[in-house]
Structures are given as structure tokens and as C-alpha cells.
Design a binder for this molecule. Structure first.
Ligand SMILES: *Cc1c(COP(=O)(O)O)cnc(C)c1O
Length: 402
């Protein structure tokens, strides 16, 4: 195995983001392949017994078992860490494996967590249902309200957990304020950055401690594989996350890691074009519906904050219809080009009704608390020509009486 420049931080940290996305993390085998190799192996062999003993003792570098390290996975982790401006990264099988790992690795019975009430349904389920089973209490708040964060802190608060923008309400969290508040109280911030990705927003630049990802979304970007990632300081990853991950095994498969690694090469191009498309399509839809939320439209209540934190508005917007589930389903059923799908981050445009899909499981009370109305629709805008998307939406809205 040749250590190319891609694994040398003293070189790669000086590269600009576009170079890091294409060359960061690359290792080359003796074959000299241009595209990174895929190591589908669970185990490794050694020239002698002393070599493996030294690796297990932590005295020598090298692979021992793919639950602990895998060359393909390590290439992906190094690339994500570079793009995020993080010292270290570890990847998991799914975004939810990443969130669960990021929380459980650092929380114990008696601890308290403050979390955004508007969140991806399963993220909210972790706070409401999983953590309490282990004696970890939680307070959910309106995360766009800075004072609410401060008011929710207790002496045993260990973690702040939120998304920005949030799925699907598009709430924005004031990263600089909330991260500084957490630091003053010795609280670890865990930011789920799935909607923006490092291409649009790097939470660590605003003081975040841990950034967690569903890499299934924009990072793969083509709707192929499930993946997750957690970034943090080397100290936190090695001493807090790794003991949990190595022994519980939420790891990503090497093949999926390879797919995401290749996806990252085009992340910046895709997310900027899709954001341009999203802004154009959202501007069209906004004129036809009672309420639409997109961070880079002036009608978003946190437009100024979004402009400060993000380079573009992202691929997703949500809108509300007065006619509830019936009217929302009527729009979906009339679509001819855009697919009905609960996935996001794909290069295809996908629309879903959160209340009957991604947020069905949290129940009606939590949905109301989060602001996920029965007439809400969420659209992930893809790489198609935005004029084709507008034509499709025009006829679908008309079919639903809008
Ligand atoms: C999709 C999503 C997740 C979960 O990721 P999976 O890869 O589906 O497990 C977590 N957070 C947010 C914001 C998401 O959009």
C-alpha cells in the first residue's frame, strides 16, 4: 500500500475544498490504480506473529479486522474529515447508526440532553423513546429560539442535539450562539448536518464539537447506498466514540463506503446546481401555496441567519396546503415527472408527505409540536431541468385545486 499525498494531512490540509473532495484520503495499492480500490475483506494476514501482536497492542499501525479498520472505509473517513475541517471521522452503516453511536457513546444514566423538537422522525424517537430506557432524560425545544437553549440547561446536561436546516420544517439553528453557549457550560454539541453537508455549511467553523451525517443523502447523492458518519476531534473520536463503535459494530460495509467516497467527488457540483434549481422551483411554488419554507427565500423567518451560515439554500423545501392530507396526497398523485419518495439528497426530484411517511411514527401530538402539519409536503429538488419540474408542479397543483 502506498501512502499517496491524499493521506498526508500536512499536504491535504493546504488544498482547497475542490481538491480535497477529489483527492483527499486516497491510498494507492502496488497496482497504481487511479480510482480508489475496493477492499472487500473482513480479515487481514500477517508475515509473522509479532506483527499482529504489535497491532493489537496499539504499538504498530496496520489493519487487523474490518470491524476495526478497512482501507476503503479509511479512505472515505479521511476525505470526510478533510472536507468537514475535522480532525477525525468514523463512518457507520446508516445515518441512524451514526446518530445512535454519536449519542450513546457519550451519554450515561443520569445525564440530560437538550434536543431540537423539529427533527427527522427517528432522531426524535431516539430522544423520546430510546434514551429514557437507559436513564437519560431529554428536553425538546424550539431550536430556532436562542433563549430556549439557555433555559433548558440543567446541571447534568451533557449534549445539545439538533439539525440545521431541520427535516422537514427547515428551522435554522444559530450555530455560533448555540455552540458558544454549550462551550460555556461544558456541553457537547452534536449537529446533524445532512441537509447542508460540508459543501454548504461546516458547523465546526461555528464551534460545533461533533458533526453527524446521514451520508445516504447528499454525500452519496444518487440514491444508491445507506451510510453514516460522525466527525469530531481526534481525542473525542479515539477516546469516546471508538471504544463504543469497535465493540458494538455499527460499521459501514466497504462497498457502500466506496460508493460514497466516489459520490463526494461531485458533491460540491451537485449541491450547488440542485440548490440553484431548488431556489427557482421554490419561487414558482411559493406564489401558488399558502406557505413555503426555503432557507434562501426572503420569506423564510430566518433568512438572514441562513445567509450567514450557509453558502446556498440546499436541495430541499417544504410547503403547507390548507386542504390537509387529502389535498397533499392529491398533489403527489398528480405528479408525472417528480417521484413520490421519502428519500432526499438524490439527483432525482422526490416529493413526500412527511405526516404519513417519515414523521408518521412520532405520532400526531409530536407532529403538531414539531410543526409537521397534515397538509405539509417536502420536495427534494434534483438535477433535472428546473423548467420541467415547474411544468410538472404546475399541472399537479392545478389538479389539486391550487
Ligand atoms: C435521513 C436522515 C437521517 C437518517 O439517516 P439514514 O441514512 O436514513 O439512517 C438522519 N437525520 C436526517 C436529518 C435525515 O434526513
Amino acid at each position: 500500500m502506498k501512502r499517496t499525498a491524499g493521506q498526508d494531512r500536512s499536504i491535504t490540509q493546504k488544498w482547497r475544498p475542490a481538491t480535497q473532495a477529489v483527492r483527499g484520503g486516497t491510498w494507492r495499492s502496488e497496482m497504481g490504480e487511479t480510482s480508489e480500490a475496493l477492499f472487500l475483506t473482513s480479515g487481514f494476514t500477517y508475515d509473522d506473529a509479532a506483527t499482529v501482536a504489535a497491532r493489537f497492542a496499539g504499538e504498530a499501525e496496520g489493519m487487523t479486522y474490518s470491524r476495526l479498520q478497512n482501507p476503503t472505509v479509511q479512505m472515505l473517513e479521511e476525505r470526510i474529515a478533510l472536507m468537514e475541517g475535522a480532525e477525525a471521522c468514523r463512518t457507520q452503516a446508516t445515518g441512524m447508526a451514526a446518530m445512535t453511536t454519536a449519542l450513546l457513546c457519550q451519554l450515561s444514566a443520569g445525564d440530560h440532553i437538550v434536543a431540537a423538537k423539529a427533527a427527522f422522525g427517528s432522531c426524535r424517537w431516539l430522544v423520546d423513546n430510546l434514551l429514557p430506557r437507559f436513564g437519560i432524560t431529554g428536553t425538546t425545544i424550539d431550536a430556532s429560539d436562542n433563549a430556549a437553549w439557555e433555559a433548558a440547561i440543567r446541571p447534568n446536561t451533557k449534549v445539545f442535539f439538533f439539525e440545521s436546516p431541520a427535516n422537514p420544517t427547515m428551522d435554522i439553528v444559530d450555530l455560533e450562539f448555540v455552540c458558544a453557549l454549550a462551550k460555556r457550560h461544558g456541553i457537547t454539541t452534536v449537529v446533524d448536518n445532512a441537509f447542508a453537508t460540508a459543501a454548504l455549511q461546516r458547523p465546526m467553523d461555528f464551534g460545533a464539537d461533533v458533526v453527524a451525517y446521514s451520508a445516504t443523502k447528499m454525500m452519496d447523492g444518487q440514491g444508491r447506498v445507506m451510510a453514516g458518519a460522525v466527525c469530531g476531534s481526534a481525542e473525542w473520536i479515539n477516546n469516546v466514540l471508538l471504544p463504543f463503535q469497535r465493540n458494538t459494530g455499527p460499521n459501514i460495509a466497504a462497498f457502500n463506503a466506496w460508493v460514497v467516497h466516489k459520490g463526494l467527488e461531485t458533491l460540491d457540483l451537485r449541491i450547488h446546481r440542485q440548490s440553484e434549481n431548488a431556489l427557482k422551483v421554490a419561487s414558482f411554488v411559493e406564489a401558488r401555496v399558502p406557505r413555503l419554507l426555503y432557507p434562501f427565500l426572503p420569506s423564510h423567518p430566518q433568512y438572514e441567519l441562513a445567509r450567514k451560515q450557509m453558502k446556498a439554500g440546499g436541495t430541499i423545501f417544504s410547503f403547507h396546503l390548507d386542504g390537509g392530507l387529502k389535498q397533499a396526497h392529491a398533489v403527489l398523485d398528480a405528479l408525472q415527472l417528480i417521484d413520490i419518495s421519502n428519500n432526499i439528497g438524490d439527483s432525482r426530484s422526490l416529493m413526500c408527505h412527511p405526516a404519513s411517511t417519515t414523521h408518521y411514527g412520532v405520532g400526531p401530538e409530536t407532529r403538531a409540536d414539531m410543526g409537521v402539519g397534515e397538509g405539509m409536503l417536502r420536495l427534494n429538488v434534483g438535477l433535472e431541468d428546473p423548467d420541467d419540474l415547474i411544468e410538472d408542479l404546475d399541472q399537479a397543483l392545478r389538479a389539486a385545486g391550487l
